[in-house]
Design a protein around this ligand. Structure first.
Ligand code: HXC
Length: 510
C-alpha cells in the first residue's frame, strides 16, 4: 500500500514540476509567477481542488511521443474566493509555452461545463504561445470548443480573463468574449497578428508592447478593463472583483457586512456643484460619498474618462454605477463613452445587478469625426442597453441633463424606477445660451439682448421643476441626503419583477 501511495505522490510531484526547474526560473526571471503559484494566490488558502492533473497530449508527430508532461500545460479545477466557489484554469508557460493542444482544450472545456452546470464564475489565466504547433487543426478545434462555451456561458456565469503573458492570434478571442479582461503591465500582450506580420503587411514598425501591451488595451482599444503592476496585484484585484459579483444569473449578488450608516448625511454635497455651470467638479467625489465605506471598484478607469463605470455597495449589496464625469470633456457622451457604458449596463442587467446612474451631461459630442465613425449607431447602444434593462434603476441628475443624452441616461422614459434630481439640475433640450441663440437668431448681433434672452431661458428651463411637474423627475432632493434616498430607493426595489417580451434575442446596434 505504501508503494501505491508513494507512486501517487511521485506522479503528483512530477505534474507539479511543470516544465522543470530551468523553465520555472525563466518564468520567474521575467517577473511572472508560475501557473500554480497564480492559482494558489487567487484562491483561498488550501481551497484548490485540481482536475485532470495526469492528462497528457496524444500527439505522436514531431517526436512528441517522447515528451508527455502530466497536465499538458494547463492547470484546472475549482476553489473558493472569500468562501465563494469559482472555477479556474491557468495556462502553464513552462510546458510547451502554455500552448493549447486538443487535450489542453478538453481540460478547459471540462471546467467550463462544470461552472455552467453548477453556477459559478470562470476565471481563465492566459499565458500561452497559442495553438500547439505540433497538433495543427486539432488545436484549432480545441480553441473552437472553448469559444463555443464562452458564448454559451455569456450572461449565465461571470467570466473573467487574466492576461499574464502572451495571448496572440485567434487565441485572443476567448478572452475577448468574456466579461472582464485584466492585464499585467509590461509582461502581457494581446494581438491578432504580431509585430513581424504587421511589418510585412503594413510596413509599420511596432513593438509587442506598443501593439498589444496593457497600456494599449486599457487606454486605446478598451479591449482590457484594467491593468495592474504585477501578477500579485492582478490576482488580488480579481478577488476583489469576484466579491462584487453573483455566482450566476440565477443568483443575487452577494450581500456583505457593512459598517456605514445608510442614513449618513453628507453636507459637503450641498456645495459640490460650482456656481458657474461650465466649471467642472469631480463626480467620483459623489460616488465615494454615496458608496458604503467610500469603496468604488472602477471598470475601464483609463478609457473614455468622460463616463465612469464600476461597482459600489449600498447596505452591503452590489450596485453598478454609471456616471458622467464633468472633469473630462465636460462629461459629454461620445462613441467611446457610449460603448463603454452600454457594455457595463448590459453586464449588470444580465447578472441582476441594480444600476445607479448619476447624470451631468451636456449632450452628444458634435463633429465630423464622431458622425463618420458612427456616433448614431454607438450612441444607440447605450440607449438600447438602458431601455432593455429590467434591473432596479435609480437615477440622480446633479446638473445638466440636456437633449437626447437626458433621455439616454436612464431617464424615467426608459423605465427608470426612481428618478431624482438635485435643485441644481437643468433638464432641458440644450444649454440656455445655445437655446437663446437659436430661438432669437435675429437678435444675434445684440449681445445685451441675447444675454437677457439667455437669462430668461435659464429662469424658465434650467431647473429640475419643469421635469418634476410632469413626473419625469420623481422628486427634487437635497444633495446632502443623496446616500439615504438612494439606499432607500434600492431597498424598496429588492422585489422588483419586470420582464421584456419573449424573443430569441434582441438586435442591439453593433
Ligand atoms: C508549441 C510552443 C508554442 C506553440 C511556444 N512554444 N509556443 N510549442 N506550440 N505555439 C514552446 C517553445 O518551443 C519553447 O519550448 C517554449 O514554448 C517557450 O517558448 P520560447 O519561444 O522559448 O519563449 P519566448 O522567447 O518567451 O517566446 C514566447 C512566444 C514564442 C512569443 C510565445 O514562443 C512564439 O512566438 N511562439 C509561437 C507563437 C505562435 O505563432 N503561435 C501560433 C499562433 S496561431 P522549449 O522546449 O524550448 O522550452 C494561433 C491560432 C489560434 O494561436 C487560433 C484559434 C482559432
Amino acid at each position: 500500500m505504501s508503494d501505491i501511495l508513494a507512486e501517487l505522490e511521485r506522479r503528483r510531484e512530477a505534474a507539479r514540476a511543470g516544465g522543470g526547474e530551468r523553465r520555472v526560473q525563466a518564468q520567474h526571471a521575467k517577473g511572472k509567477l508560475t501557473a500554480r503559484e497564480r492559482v494558489e494566490l487567487l484562491l483561498d488558502e488550501g481551497s484548490f481542488e485540481e482536475f485532470d492533473m495526469f492528462v497528457t497530449h496524444r500527439t505522436t508527430d514531431f517526436g512528441m511521443a517522447d515528451s508527455k508532461p502530466a497536465g499538458d500545460g494547463v492547470i484546472t479545477g475549482w476553489g473558493t474566493v472569500n468562501g465563494r466557489m469559482v472555477y479556474v484554469f491557468s495556462q502553464d508557460f513552462t510546458v510547451f509555452g502554455g500552448s493549447l493542444s486538443e487535450t489542453h482544450a478538453q481540460k478547459i472545456c471540462k471546467i467550463m461545463d462544470m461552472a455552467m452546470q453548477n453556477g459559478a464564475p470562470i476565471i481563465g489565466i492566459n499565458d500561452s504561445g497559442g495553438a500547439r504547433i505540433q497538433e495543427g487543426v486539432a488545436s484549432l478545434a480545441g480553441y473552437a470548443e472553448v469559444f463555443q462555451r464562452n458564448v454559451l456561458a455569456s450572461g449565465v456565469v461571470p467570466q473573467i480573463s487574466l492576461i499574464m503573458g502572451p495571448c496572440a492570434g485567434g487565441a485572443v478571442y476567448s478572452p475577448a468574449m468574456t466579461d472582464f479582461i485584466f492585464m499585467v503591465q509590461d509582461s502581457s500582450y494581446m494581438f491578432v497578428t504580431g509585430p513581424d506580420v504587421v511589418k510585412t503587411v503594413t510596413n509599420e514598425v511596432v513593438t509587442a508592447e506598443e501593439l498589444g501591451g496593457a497600456s494599449t488595451h486599457t487606454r486605446k482599444s478598451s479591449v482590457a478593463d484594467a491593468a495592474f503592476k504585477d501578477d500579485v496585484e492582478t490576482l488580488m484585484e480579481t478577488r476583489r472583483l469576484i466579491d462584487f459579483l453573483p455566482a450566476s444569473n440565477l443568483e443575487k449578488p452577494p450581500v456583505r457586512p457593512f459598517f456605514d450608516d445608510p442614513d449618513r448625511i453628507e453636507e459637503s454635497l450641498d456645495t459640490l456643484i460650482p456656481q458657474n455651470p461650465n466649471q467642472p467638479y469631480d463626480m467620483k467625489e459623489l460616488i465615494h460619498k454615496i458608496a458604503d465605506e467610500g469603496d468604488f471598484y472602477e471598470i475601464q478607469e483609463d478609457f473614455a474618462g468622460n463616463i465612469l463605470t464600476g461597482f459600489i455597495r449600498l447596505e452591503g449589496s452590489t450596485v453598478g454605477v454609471v456616471a458622467n464625469q464633468p472633469m473630462v470633456l465636460a462629461g459629454v457622451l461620445d462613441i467611446a463613452s457610449s460603448r463603454k457604458a452600454a457594455r457595463f449596463v448590459r453586464f449588470c442587467d444580465a447578472f441582476e445587478i441594480p444600476i445607479l446612474t448619476l447624470v451631468d451631461v451636456p449632450g452628444f459630442l458634435p463633429g465630423t469625426a464622431q458622425e463618420y465613425d458612427g456616433v448614431i449607431k454607438h450612441g444607440a447602444k447605450l440607449l438600447f442597453a438602458y431601455a432593455e434593462a429590467t434591473v432596479p434603476k435609480v437615477t440622480l441628475i446633479t446638473r445638466k441633463a440636456y437633449g437626447g443624452a437626458y433621455v439616454v441616461m436612464a431617464s424615467k422614459h426608459l423605465r427608470g424606477d426612481f428618478n431624482y434630481a438635485w435643485p441644481t439640475a437643468q433638464v432641458a433640450v440644450m444649454g440656455a445660451k445655445g437655446a437663446a441663440e437659436i430661438l432669437h437668431r435675429s437678435e444675434l448681433d445684440d449681445a445685451e439682448k441675447i444675454a437677457a434672452r439667455t437669462e430668461e431661458y435659464e429662469t424658465n428651463f434650467a431647473n429640475p421643476f419643469r421635469a418634476a411637474e410632469r413626473g419625469f423627475v420623481d422628486e427634487v432632493i437635497m444633495p446632502q441626503s443623496s446616500r439615504k434616498r438612494i439606499c432607500r430607493a434600492f431597498a424598496s426595489l429588492r422585489g422588483k419583477k419586470l420582464n421584456n417580451p419573449w424573443k430569441k434575442h434582441d438586435n442591439i446596434p453593433l
